[in-house]
Design a protein around this ligand. Structure first.
Ligand SMILES: N[C@@H](CCC(=O)N[C@@H](CS)C(=O)NCC(=O)O)C(=O)O
Length: 215
């Protein structure tokens, strides 16, 4: 098998890539990264010194590809399938990338800030930063709610890279800061994402680990 994904089923950015892989039934071998294990972390850092997951290794082409959006673009280019993650039209492609950035930077990253602050040792918390992150999330939820009033997926009728980004980001963000009562259209979008077979599969695989998410 040519593709190996260094990842963890609980990681939101890894789930984003898993959705893309499952969308097109792309064969790959998952390699579980355990940050608590020095050998596992060191192996990851040898490939990508930044030490973040996901990282895709393509043995056939001798390439190592980090960063979830770049991995999805790589899959779209070299292992295309029925779901086209970035439209061919340059304007639509730019809009897709903008929404992908939005879900990564305005939903996933602030969600991570809230969750990882709970893992910090006593006395090392960052309440100001967490409040800022929650404010960013509230702004993002209102924008998503407005935008999803007339659309099925982030770009309209077609599932794209932006939906791969949105699915785990919104799933975990809804755990951190429930938005369903106030933002029903955003909640309906999340419900559609959870029913999408690719994300439903990623969620099933994450289920045994979900109790590790700090409350
Ligand atoms: N921009 C990166 C973000 C990746 C990321 O934040 N991954 C998290 C897991 S969801 C991670 O590896 N965290 C470990 C760390 O920061 O040490 C991407 O899109 O792939």
């Amino acid at each position: 098998m040519s593709l190996r994904l260094y990842s963890h089923p609980l990681s939101s950015f890894c789930q984003k890539v898993l959705v893309a892989l499952y969308e097109n039934d792309t064969p790959f071998e998952p390699h579980l990264v355990d940050f608590a294990d020095e050998t596992s972390s060191a192996q990851l850092k040898r490939m990508w010194p930044v030490g973040r997951i996901p990282v895709l290794r393509d043995e056939a082409k001798d390439r190592t590809i980090p960063e979830s959006s770049i991995i999805i673009e790589y899959l779209a280019q070299h292992y295309p399938g029925g779901t086209q993650f970035v439209p061919a039209d340059p304007d639509l492609a730019r809009q897709t990338r903008l929404r992908d950035r939005f879900y990564d930077l305005c939903v996933n990253v602030p969600m991570q800030k809230v969750v990882t602050d709970r893992l910090r040792p006593t006395g090392q918390h960052d309440p100001y930063g967490v409040e800022q992150a929650k404010t960013q999330l509230r702004t993002a939820f209102a924008m998503i709610d407005q935008e999803m009033g007339t659309k099925t997926w982030a770009m309209g009728d077609d599932f794209s890279m932006a939906d791969c980004a949105a699915a785990p980001a919104l799933f975990y963000a809804s755990m951190v800061l429930p938005f369903g009562d106030e933002h029903r259209r955003a909640a309906a979008y999340l419900a559609r994402l959870k029913e999408r077979p690719s994300f439903a599969r990623a969620l099933r695989e994450a289920a045994p680990y979900l109790s590790q998410v700090p409350k």
